[in-house]
Design a protein around this ligand. Structure first.
Ligand code: G3D
Ligand code: MG
Length: 197
């Protein structure tokens, strides 16, 4: 059976190219996941690391994001994830409704070696997410670059995880592939529960 995503989830239709349209037809459970955080924290590296084994495709869209599609299985349930990753150095204030609209899950990412990237999750990203009304969807917090010397202590990150809505916290290394899949899997489990699936 073909399944058509709610067009509002994909944003303004006229901004989406023919190539993008292909990913709108997919089967079964489909979740839109957005990856947020400052430039250079490792968002793209995390998505690449996670999807590399099961990688379907990546679409460079005309709206300043890349969308990676993957299928994952949890308890015999096949889930298609559309992982929206901000392309290049697009700053948070340039993003609009299209990006946040209809998100089923959120991955907040900061860089453990740069404390400002943690603070910005609350000051910039969480604010934006609340503004667009998706602050209640399941989320996980990722402190990336755990292979380097950290400048953020764990309790500080855990406090932020509370502030962002009592969400789970993972320390990852996209470089070494440490705990990356754990974070994505956890988010999927939370999305299944939240959507009563
Ligand atoms: P972004 O998508 O959030 O902007 P990128 O971040 O995924 O492009 O990563 C930014 C830089 O951090 C890249 O450096 C990348 O290799 C590096 N990086 C990402 N994750 C990790 C990690 O877990 N550990 C370490 N040590 N580095 C990481 P370069 O120099 O390749 O541009
Ligand atoms: Mg990137």
């Amino acid at each position: 059976m073909m399944y058509v995503l709610d067009p509002t989830r994909m944003g303004i239709m006229s901004e989406i190219s023919d190539k993008d349209i292909q990913i709108m037809y997919t089967e079964g459970i489909v979740f839109k996941v957005i990856v947020v955080g400052d430039a250079e924290v490792g968002k793209t590296s995390l998505v690449r690391q996670h999807t590399k084994a099961k990688f379907d495709n990546e679409y460079q869209t005309t709206v300043g994001v890349n969308i990676a599609k993957e299928t994952i299985e949890i308890d015999d349930k096949k889930i298609s994830l559309l992982i929206w990753d901000i392309a290049g150095q697009v700053q948070f204030y340039m993003l609009h409704k299209v990006y946040f609209n209809g998100a089923n899950g959120i991955i907040y990412v900061f860089d453990q070696t740069r404390p400002s990237t943690l603070a910005n999750l609350k000051q910039n990203w969480f604010r934006k997410i609340s503004e667009y009304g998706v602050s209640k969807v399941p989320a996980v917090l990722i402190g990336n670059k755990s292979d380097l010397k950290p400048k953020v202590i764990k309790p500080t990150a855990q406090t932020m995880a509370k502030t962002l809505g009592e969400i789970p916290y993972y320390e990852t290394s996209a470089k070494l592939g440490k705990h990356v899949d754990d974070a994505f899997r956890k988010l999927c489990e939370l999305m299944l529960v939240a959507n009563k699936l």
